[in-house]
Design a protein around this ligand. Structure first.
Ligand code: UT7
Length: 333
């Protein structure tokens, strides 16, 4: 098949969900030694959403999925594969995608999780679009969902001010107009640097014990500064690689939808790509860093606001634990 006859893979529906409970910077300043001013100026975050104790990652994913299905004009029964990107699964196993499958009543539909931290949603988009392109599936539900509040150390001011909970979902399927939809992706990883952002215990390397609990090793551990520097470089290179591969230049991008971790990281990428901040969709002030949910949450917000038009080029770019990074280039159908 020549490039012009390959059927495009498009986003047919978008949905999102954020828990009702909002935790403000002001409230955090009574929990740890921090201030609204520090959090806003160092990160851009004003508030984050926190799931109820009984609300799971799969519950949030299902809420986002139902909205995406409605927006696509599809039934749950149209879905023939489910991928959930998450680092906060309901349980270590089975996959959270299996809980989503059961809650949507999709008996026998295959379901699996994608573990690439903040880059998870873009990794999943890449896998899903290529699986449809190969002819194996018709409609794939891709979810990014996180309950980061469940792995946050609420006594550690260097991390607890950063994270939030939420979910976003898209339905991928075949489109009609050649040259539109998901044009391509660029994925990368560097496992040698894993220690600057990880959760030390609870896996086979260090099973859960009284000692691991007492040492706080079931929480996110991050060397923020080191992550910051590598993130800027990796996201810049990843974004440039995918733009160049498709014969575009940054000025042709209508919306950059970046992983929402820190305003200063986003501004640095804006400068390095020479794309103005007015073309970056930023909502971390309201959500904080929601890892794999951050890009689909921002995409859903931009789409619901009517800001994405046919023919617009969108660039998603992410960075996270692994280390992993990823970009996706889309021409809106
Ligand atoms: O999503 C996955 C990828 N993750 C990221 O991209 C996160 C990347 N990193 C960051 O966004 C930033 O590094 C942080 C927001 C985490 C931290 O900002 P920073 O400008 O790198 O601050 P820092 O870690 O260098 O800390 C500066 C100072 C320190 O005090 P001293 O040593 O200068 O006295 C910290 O102890 O700020 C202090 N500090 C705080 N002060 C008030 C750290 N956290 C806080 C806090 N409130 N919450």
């Amino acid at each position: 098949m020549s490039a012009s006859t390959v059927p495009p893979i498009i986003i047919k529906g978008i949905g999102s969900y954020a828990p009702q409970r909002i935790l403000t910077n002001e409230e955090l300043s009574h929990m740890v030694d921090t201030s609204d001013e520090w959090i806003r100026t160092r990160t851009g975050i004003r508030q984050r959403h926190i799931a109820r104790p009984d609300e799971t990652t799969s519950d949030m994913g299902v809420a986002a999925a139902r909205e995406a299905l409605a927006n696509a004009g599809l039934q749950a029964s149209d879905i023939d594969l489910i991928i959930v990107a998450t680092i906060t699964p309901d349980m270590p196993f089975p996959a959270t995608a299996c809980f989503v499958q059961a809650k949507l009543g999709l008996h026998n539909v295959p379901a699996f999780d994608m573990s690439a931290a903040c880059s998870g949603f873009l990794y999943a988009l890449d896998v899903a679009s290529n699986m449809i392109r190969a002819g194996a599936y018709r409609h794939i539900l891709v979810i990014g969902a996180e309950k980061l509040s469940s792995i946050t150390n609420w006594e550690d001011r260097t991390t607890c001010v950063l994270f939030g909970d939420g979910a976003g979902a898209v339905i991928l399927g075949k489109g009609e107009e050649p040259g539109t939809g998901i044009l391509g992706g660029s994925l990368g990883a560097d496992g040698e640097e894993y220690a600057i952002l990880h959760l030390p215990a609870g896996g086979s390397a260090k099973p859960a014990s009284i000692q691991t609990v007492e040492a706080g090793e079931h929480f996110i551990h991050m060397q923020g500064n080191s992550v910051f520097k590598i993130a800027v470089r990796a996201m810049e290179q990843s974004a440039k690689a995918v733009i160049e591969r498709h014969g575009l230049t940054p000025d042709k991008i209508r919306w950059v939808i970046p992983h929402q971790a820190n305003n200063r990281i986003i501004e640095a990428i804006s400068q390095r790509l020479d794309v103005g901040m007015d073309r970056f969709w930023v909502n971390l002030d309201n959500y904080g860093n929601t890892s794999s949910a951050s890009i689909p949450l921002a995409l859903a917000e931009a789409w619901k606001a009517g800001k994405i038009q046919k023919g617009d080029h969108l660039l998603f770019v992410s960075f996270g634990a692994g280390l992993t990074w990823a970009s996706t280039l889309i021409k809106w159908q």
